[in-house]
Design a protein around this ligand. Structure first.
Ligand SMILES: C[S@@+](CC[C@H](N)C(=O)[O-])C[C@H]1O[C@@H](n2cnc3c(N)ncnc32)[C@H](O)[C@@H]1O
Length: 256
């Protein structure tokens, strides 16, 4: 039996009861300064900072993500993003739509709830993106989360997000990608990743699709921008029947 999205309210229908998520070790060890420190949150939570981190590409990447969505849809954002990402998304979906933001860090959820005040169709709750338990969303919008995850976690999160969309829905991944060999920022980004983001280069070496255990139900496509440094990869759920589709682009290497 198919479920009409319009017949659903904003509450996802998880297969499991929500339990408070524990902060994963990689987040505590590698990203405490960025996401778990209340003092730094005040400094970093500005559109100008997000824009600087993305070399001025924040608005462009946001527009590319929104172009995959439509007002009135039920959308899951599986990790908080600094700046105005969630309010812009909530505004775009409109009161006929619904936005669920989740994040594994209670501090980030508290902060996001503050930014979403005034949007009655948007809510935020603490959940680990690796353990979401379904949801039947029209779309999932995953903005720069994957590169921060160790490979094993990447696999779990990709599968959990694919599991969260209804047949016909899509998962949108906006994240880093291997830049063109002559990209002037390639050596800088390589250094930044080696020093601060130890799991990011996984996305230089592997297609996001190759982290997924289930390939049969999904039709993948990928675009890159800024000379390859960023990608928007979209997995469309082509139904429950499990019909195997051709890859939009070949996956060059399998994840080890
Ligand atoms: C989306 S990513 C990076 C986004 C971008 N760098 C920015 O401007 O914020 C940052 C968020 O991911 C969250 N996060 C990390 N691992 C997670 C997980 N397993 N489940 C849910 N959220 C997670 C962090 O707590 C943080 O709030």
């Amino acid at each position: 039996m198919s479920v009409e999205p319009s017949a659903l309210d904003c509450t996802p229908y998880p297969r499991r009861r929500a339990v408070p998520a524990a902060v994963p070790a990689y987040l505590e060890e590698t990203y405490h300064w960025a996401y778990l420190s209340p003092r730094n949150l005040k400094l970093l939570d500005r559109p100008s900072i997000v824009s600087a981190i993305l070399w001025g590409n924040y608005r462009r990447l946001l527009r590319m993500a929104l172009a995959e969505l439509r007002p009135g849809q039920r959308v899951l954002q599986p990790a908080c993003v600094y700046g105005d990402f969630s309010p812009v998304l909530a505004e775009f979906l409109g009161p006929e739509g619904c936005l669920d933001v989740t994040d594994v860090a209670p501090l980030q959820i508290e902060n996001c709830r503050r930014k979403l005040r005034g949007f009655r169709h948007a809510k935020a709750q603490v959940r680990d993106a690796a353990d979401l338990g379904g949801g039947g969303y029209d779309a999932v919008c995953c903005f720069f989360l994957l590169h921060e995850l160790p490979d094993g976690y990447k696999r779990k999160v990709v599968d959990a997000l694919l599991d969260s969309v209804r047949p016909g829905g899509k998962v949108i991944f906006v994240d880093y990608h291997r830049p063109h060999w002559a990209h002037p920022l390639k050596p800088v980004m390589s250094l930044v990743f080696d020093r601060l983001e130890p799991f990011a280069k996984g996305l230089w070496d592997f297609e996001i699709a190759s982290y997924a255990a289930q390939t049969a139900r999904f039709d993948w496509s990928k675009r890159t921008c800024f000379a390859g440094l960023y990608q928007i990869s979209v997995a469309r759920c082509c139904g429950r029947a499990g019909r195997r589709r051709a890859w939009s682009r070949p996956v060059a290497r399998a994840v080890p």
